[in-house]
Design a protein around this ligand. Sequence first.
Ligand code: ADP
Ligand code: MG
Length: 342
Amino acid sequence: MTIRLLPPQLANQIAAGEVVERPASVIKELVENSLDAGATDIHIDVEKGGSKLLRVRDNGQGIAKDELTLALSRHATSKIHDFADLAHIVSLGFRGEALASISSVSRLTLTSRPASQDAAWQAMAEGRDMAVQIKPAAHPVGTSIEVLDLFFNTPARRRFLKSDKTEFSHIEELVKRLALSRDDVSWTLTHNGQLVRQLKAVTDDAGRQRRIQQLCGRSFAQSACYVESQYEQMQLSGWILPAAACSAQLQCQYSYVNGRMMRDKLLNHAIRQAYAEMLAPEALPAFVLYLQIDPEQVDVNVHPAKHEVRFHQARLVHDFVFSALSQMLTQTAQNDLLLAEQ
Ligand code: ADP
Ligand code: MG
């Protein structure tokens, strides 16, 4: 048996197995990069459910010409520098793997222009050794990443793709979750050249209410209560639907930790417990909640796709979320009762 170092493309393809499950996961990584780059306007174009084309264009800070190659390399990131940085991550990305992984299983083109450059440059990664070619291009300040023919060179993965419709529905749901995470950003989503969603950046409370309505529906927006609560270094804000308004049809469960979308067991448990027996048997809790917590108090380096976090003081976080929500829910239930009696 001989031990050999894997060629770069194969190493990247193995990493891609964890991060790039389907077209929607590519969009997640690209959009997170746009948000980390300070973008306020993000365009997402999809063709054939993403199996033909996925494109994300942003107006963020861009990538300098001499860093394009690095951006496509594995373990290359501008977001953390040393071990200490890992303990208080404020960006969405930090692993330096997404672009290398995606480009190893697709035909990826990266076009970018930082404000400091008069012109844009374009990079493409190709071949077994992932050699990058760079050429001049036209692009305003910001970055576009185009991903063609996802999984063209990993047929087993490509076969796992569902119909265009199903893959696009995953993308739509993802864009919804992303748009809920940042209402100060404008979002545009197209599929096969058709405009599917357009959301303008929010500037006031009326705009915020409108966005919640556009994304979560009228019945949620009309009945949801706004929550805001603080304890020590934690802050919880967002909307929660009174138990009486919850149903099995109204599916709206979105939670964010420091702006990162989550399906967190601990948060979900705290939320469920706050509703407890107030909820009818089949009804589902409905909420859009944002938890802000000292980055030192949460470990985001738990899962390659960064779906999970670990709280250092899990009990404290749980009890804080539980009591903030149960207070609100009990109060609205009592108010309803009073109204009913009048
Ligand atoms: P990570 O996000 O973990 O740093 P990625 O592979 O996703 O790793 O991206 C590598 C690097 O490329 C980032 O650290 C960033 O410097 C740069 N980059 C990627 N996308 C963009 C973008 N849309 N705008 C500006 N810089 C970007
Ligand atoms: Mg990234």
